[in-house]
Design a protein around this ligand. Structure first.
Ligand SMILES: Cc1ncc(COP(=O)(O)OP(=O)(O)O)c(N)n1
Ligand SMILES: Cc1ncsc1CCOP(=O)(O)O
Ligand SMILES: [Mg+2]
Length: 371
């Protein structure tokens, strides 16, 4: 009987008295088998990752088009999974099956699941591209193409996720400099906050960058959106979900070119003309206010509740009433038509930000429980 093993020893083996001839692979064949195993394992990884993304597109988002795109990619990957590659599989002999990273055992949010799996697919396709060059140059080329298609899919899916969460968000915390900035924000996230803006008009860039990174990470863990005030460069540097601009800041068209279509852009508005302009320029949401005069924005005249009522009737994109809103007056703002509000002091200066967040959300959810 002639057996092939990956063992390079050229010897007879005695097994229960039966002599088994072991014919070793040549060195070239051994390397080929290793390459086949790598390709086999990574074809599986890519397909599994795609299936995980597909399930979310199908059941989570109800998005047939994105689900179909995943399925098509999965089938394209599967075409390369030939019997000879499958035959090289040696699961018991694979030390990699035992290796897991602690981060793989727990995920904080759907966003983390999706990001981890996009990473997995892209890595697998890169491996397939490189080792595929030793197997079939057309496979390498096809995997490269698929990797680019996965990047595009990732960008539209993550963009879709962002927009969905923006539409569902009713409370927006805009930060102010604070000794316990991170603790306050985390307390609000624990209370159900899903949208945060980092705003610091005075800090040095090095501190801004450090704080923005930390807040971005925190939001990522809690599955909340993270927006940077004023600074497109900072937003991009920390991979924020978007940027909030004022009427005097960078033009929206320029900002859009820089952040792309998948990140969010918010714009402050104080009147009907600014609102219509913002919608026409394609921003994703607007701030409406200051509803009341506020020490957080000294010298800026209040728009009053009339502009809130106007927005309620005329604004086709998500809008957040902002300026002087707190637990005492939030119901007046809601009665004027607001479904979403943004606050600074109410949460940044709260003794119990979790409780205040829960209270504000409970009021906003009272009229229409689901957005
Ligand atoms: C949600 C939201 N609305 C309005 C503003 C104010 O932005 P801007 O007019 O640019 O003023 P500064 O915040 O930069 O002082 C906002 N930040 N967020
Ligand atoms: C940044 C900004 N833009 C319009 S009002 C405002 C500040 C709102 O702060 P507060 O909620 O403390 O009144
Ligand atoms: Mg600004």
């Amino acid at each position: 009987m002639v057996t092939r093993t990956y063992d390079n020893s050229h010897s007879d083996e005695s097994t229960n008295g039966v002599v088994v001839m072991v014919e070793p692979y040549s060195q070239k064949e051994q390397i080929q088998q290793v390459v086949y195993r790598i390709l086999d394992a990574n074809l599986d990884r890519a397909r599994e990752g795609l299936r995980i993304i597909e399930e979310w597109c199908r059941f989570g988002l109800n998005n047939a088009q994105l689900a179909l795109e995943c399925k098509r990619l999965r089938q394209d990957v599967a075409k390369w999974h030939t019997p000879e590659l499958r035959a090289a599989r040696d699961t018991p002999g694979d030390p990699g099956t035992e290796l897991t990273h602690p981060q793989e055992e727990q995920r904080a949010s759907i966003k983390s699941v999706l990001q981890a799996n996009f990473c997995r697919i892209e890595e697998a396709l890169r491996v397939l591209e490189e080792y595929g060059k030793l197997y079939h140059p057309t496979m390498a080329k096809a995997c490269k193409q698929m990797r680019y298609q996965v990047y595009t899919l990732e960008s539209s899916l993550m963009g879709h996720q962002r927009h969905q969460l923006l539409w569902r968000s009713r409370l927006y915390l805009v930060t102010s400099p604070h000794e316990t900035l991170l603790n306050n924000v985390e307390a609000a996230l624990k209370g159900g906050l899903t949208l945060l803006q980092y705003r610091d008009k005075t800090a040095d860039d090095s501190l801004r960058l450090e704080q923005a990174r930390k807040l971005q990470h925190l939001c990522h863990i809690y599955g909340a959106l993270f927006i940077v005030n004023d600074r497109v460069d900072l937003a991009l540097a920390v991979d924020a979900d978007g940027v909030h601009l004022g009427q005097q800041d960078m033009p929206i068209a320029v900002a859009r070119q820089l952040v792309g279509s998948q990140r969010l852009i918010g714009l402050s508005t104080t009147n009907k003309e600014e609102m219509q302009g913002a919608i026409a320029e394609g921003v994703d949401y607007i701030g409406v206010g200051p509803v009341y005069e506020t020490p957080t924005k000294v010298g800026k005249a209040a728009t009053g509740l009339e502009y809130v009522s106007y927005a309620a009737k005329n604004c086709s994109i998500p809008w957040f009433a902002i300026g002087g809103i707190d637990a005492n007056n939030i119901n007046d703002v809601i009665d004027a038509g607001a479904e979403r509000v943004a606050v600074v002091r109410s949460l940044m200066q709260a003794e119990q930000p979790t409780l205040v967040t829960q209270y504000l959300l409970s009021q906003l959810n009272r009229i229409k429980p689901e957005l």
